[in-house]
Design a protein around this ligand. Sequence first.
Ligand code: NOJ
Length: 753
Amino acid sequence: MANGVLTDKRSSLIDPDIEKKIDDLMAKMTIEEKVGQMNQYTSTWDVTGPMPDEGDTKDRYQKVAEGKVGSMLNILGAQATYEAQKIAVENSRLGIPLIFGYDVIHGYKTMFPIPIADASSWDMEVVKKGCAIAAKEASAAGVHWTFAPMMDIARDARWGRIMEGAGEDPFLGARVAEARVQGFQGYSLCDLDTIAATAKHFSGYGFVIAGLDYNTTELNQNTLFNTVLPPFKAAVEAGVATVMNAFNDYNGIPVTGNEFLQRDILKKDWNFDGFIVSDWNTIGEMPIHQYAKDLKDAAFKAAKAGTDMDMESRGYEYHLGDLVRSGKIEESVVNDAVRRILRVKFLLGLFDDPYKYCSEEREKANINTEEHKVISRDAAKRSIVLLKNETSLLPLSKNIPSLAVIGSLADDKDTPLGSWRGQALENSAVSLLEGIRSAVGSSSDVRFEKGYNLASGKREFTQELKFEGIDDTSGFDAATEAASKSNVVVVALGEECFQSGEGRSQTSINLKGKQLELLKKLHSVNPNIVVVLMNGRPVAEPWLYENIPSILETWHLGSEAGNAIADVLFGDYNPSGKLPVSIPRNLGQVPIYYNHNQTGRPFGYPNDADMVFWSHYTDSDKTPQYYFGHGLSYTSFKYSDLCIESPTMNMSDTINVSVRVKNTGALAGEEVIQFYINDKYSSTIRPVKELKGFQKVHFEVGEEKLITFTIDWQTLAFYGSDQEFKAEPGEFDIMIGGNSQDLLKTELELLDS
Ligand code: NOJ
């Protein structure tokens, strides 16, 4: 791994033998059968979008038998997928197998940390492994294809889907995207344990205005090319089999109907050979966006723009055949889409054995195993970020005489499973309280008090949460008493898991209900507090961050959450996570991200910060509470001797920059060493800092290592206003450190030769 880049790139999706088989098959297909391949129906095992009016599953199977369906989503289990596949293979004229898709986002049954959490590990092997286990479980339940990874860069904590991505940075986002694709797809799509991945949502969905899900976007070309697209490009280079488009528009054109994005960039410039599936009913939503006259017009625009498969709008089913017959759409458009879809089916091995993923024995043996739980716990502990440990309260002794554990989240066995939880069993996570109880010695007195209420109601993906009862303070006295009588207080605070995820935007990003009020009371009787944050989006709560001595950001960590947090609380694991997003001080700062473009009036411009003529807030600091890349350890690391091989380089050179990193503390630990650049002047404004590499390295006590990153023209390049990726001669700051702020700096000049 150089600069954090995984090197085992997958081969192309084109296999000449398969292309020949596709030719033969397509020669036999009628236009209806071709359009059928482009049509995807949902089933009702799981509901992941507004259900269509005709809800009868039987009708859908009839359509499968008629060859009018190429794919189904939300159909699960070896038995159910076998039965549906049998209809396609035995009853339809050409017997083309269905491809079954499902949202396997951070696990199928064994839950792994939610995506923003495992991105916090900055450990691409961990990320990859989690996806590989998810693929193993899902494929054993008959699933061929996951609608993951989501790689939308997200900088607005109001947006509930910030939990589903890798945060605010395109470089980290690209590395996580390729690791996830490689994890799901393995080395061959045809292997039993692997599934096809989806790079989604193409593109710009993370930029919905005001963090409001399904909203339109304001996105300029510079941001599109340099920030939004890099993870998608990395996913395509890693061999991703499919791409999903999105609900939003780009430049006033819904991305589902956007030829520039789908045809020009994805299929032409990037040579993407897989297929594009629409997001749920995005074709049907084009008339609602007022971009298409009706569903027929929408089908026309989507097909023309390169959307190959229609998820749940029926636009292709009802109209595409006619559009081809009337000459409005050339048959070659349909042929191209069908070839892409069949290609992925061939690559999955579905034509060799359409039932290969439908084995009940495999399903029993491979799902929710002890081994998977061990791997999930490992991923979870590596995803935790130690935000603060001012008085070295952590790690706690396992023989601590008395420990108060406070907060309804501490004994919650469901919230750690997170949003987008696949087929996880309700209440199946190890709670924080359980994790703590099994970690401490028998002499420790652990007392639990719930203290506050969180949102309640039917905890389902599809239901709105109910917040009544969250103002209840009847548990305060017992909690305060427990805190006053304990050596240390561990307080779990944060969000119910369905406060984030799809359709879960919020206008506030602080702690709901009485959580903060309780925390203040606890603090007044015992300041030895460790706050364990469990949340799907960054939480802005300055009092907490400023007054509590030890804080862990744990997000929603999955099935083994409680054990993993206990591993960190009691020092069995030395925390190593770093933030993939900035944590704002308040909602007013949102969107806030480290890699913003430089303003013409930064700090104190022109020379007097007492005057108002510079970019600042009058009622708040403009820096975030915690910077991107921040994360502490129980040990300390010293950076020194930043050394660049040469102060100048030519376009064709590759040079090294190195730094000495030493573990100066008393414990072994891992550090994420981060490499940033700043392009000091260029033809379009570049960010004040850009991550260009990272390495997660283990250090024994006292150990010192020389860490090296390489720089070539591509490290310094960007997409200019002409959409070309190029490096411009000039000066660059080269920076290395343990977060995006505390950096050693040197300079480099790129010469014009
Ligand atoms: C809509 C979501 O936006 C998408 O991410 C998901 O894959 C589909 N629904 C299918 O569930």
